[in-house]
Design a protein around this ligand. Structure first.
Ligand code: NAD
Length: 324
């Protein structure tokens, strides 16, 4: 993708800012919109060195007039803004509803009225499936979310598909699994437990693994997810479709902790009982089947977990004061 006009919602967040950086490198004209709500992943540091090259709008996607203006004249929309915390979605369910469902509908309405030719990629989540009935989880797996966030993300993605089916707006949906890398939120576990684990390691504290540590997870390094987002945006066969992302080598949480500890001298992990609020919404083992996206478009994660964690730690070692 070159010389295009691109809008990224949630563009000061983890994935959005990495995407903005990549798109600017290939000479696209990039605008990011982000509310910078402190509890979420947005951080001005993520794009501080590119403020002359990227248009940064601090605005809320719930504000329809801002979105109406921003959508005009864009070739592409990467719709990544979201409330991402599963626990927060249980504590403040209506905020999650407003951002992850209602605001998505108003973004699509803004596109329908102001720019029906726009090409959209929406970031959904594996959380919509809930506790797996079988592994790996493919796109046909029943959807039984275990938290409010999962339900609202289903609404968000279904609005995108509906607006394609009814109005011909060219949308694609990717269901992301655990994504990590430079510029993620590491202040706490709101975005993912990997964030707080990175922080703990860099601060010389033991990583805490909940439960018996046997739950398996699949991880994508952010650069691999950026490749997938760009494929979804540019492949005509991805229009109107929903795809899982995933990784070939799932790891148990304990093995994840071991690998991370190997990257930092004198680091350690400890097993602790599952906190009650997290246990209630934990899904156990989770592995995504990403073969549909792989087989159709040739996408395959390239960065191993060992390598991705090294790169992430290296980034945060120099930048930690801006992220805690
Ligand atoms: N990182 C992951 O592991 C993962 C997994 C599954 C799905 N996703 C999805 O990918 C997308 C990007 O996630 P991320 O990991 O970069 O998270 P993030 O929190 O770093 O990015 C989301 C951004 O959206 C912004 N935002 C939230 N509400 C907003 C609002 N009302 N108006 C404007 N901006 C708002 C936040 O400030 C933040 O910068 C999200 O939609 C998330 O659900 C991420």
């Amino acid at each position: 993708m070159e010389n295009k006009r691109v809008l990224i919602t949630g563009g000061l967040g983890f994935i959005g800012s990495n995407l903005a950086r990549k798109l600017v490198e290939s000479k696209n004209v990039v605008t990011v919109v982000d509310s910078l709500i402190p509890e979420y992943g947005g951080n001005l540091r993520n794009l501080h060195d590119l403020s002359d090259e990227i248009v940064i709008k601090v605005a809320d996607i719930r504000d329809e007039s801002s979105i109406n203006q921003l959508i005009k004249d864009q070739d592409y929309l990467f719709n990544l803004a979201g409330q991402t915390s599963h626990l927060d979605s249980m504590e403040n369910p209506f905020i999650d509803l407003d951002i992850n469902a209602r605001a998505q509908l108003s973004i699509l309405e803004a596109c329908r009225r102001n720019n029906p030719e726009i090409r959209i990629v929406f970031a959904s989540t594996r959380q919509i499936y809930g506790k797996p009935e079988y592994l790996p989880v493919d796109e046909k797996h029943p959807q039984r979310p275990v938290d409010v966030n999962g339900i609202n993300k289903i609404a968000g993605e279904q609005y995108h598909i509906l607006y394609h089916n009814v109005y011909g707006i060219a949308s694609s949906v990717l269901r992301l699994t655990n994504t990590y890398g430079p510029r993620m939120r590491i202040k706490d576990a709101r975005q993912t437990f990997l964030g707080i684990w990175i922080r703990n390691l860099l601060e010389g504290k033991a990583i805490q693994v909940f439960g018996d540590g046997k739950q398996r997870r699949d991880y994508n390094y952010v650069d691999d997810v950026l490749d997938a987002l760009l494929i979804a945006a540019t492949e005509v066969n991805a229009v109107g479709k929903v795809y899982n992302l995933g990784a070939p080598d799932p790891l148990s949480l304990e093995d994840t902790a071991k690998i991370m500890c190997q990257s930092i001298e004198d680091s350690d992990y400890q097993m602790i009982p599952f906190p009650e609020d997290r246990k209630a919404i934990d899904v156990g083992d989770f592995i995504c089947d990403y073969s549909a996206f792989r087989d159709q478009f040739g996408w395959e994660p390239k960065v191993s977990f060992e390598d991705g964690i090294q790169r992430s730690l290296e980034y945060f070692r120099n930048e930690i004061e801006h992220y805690i």
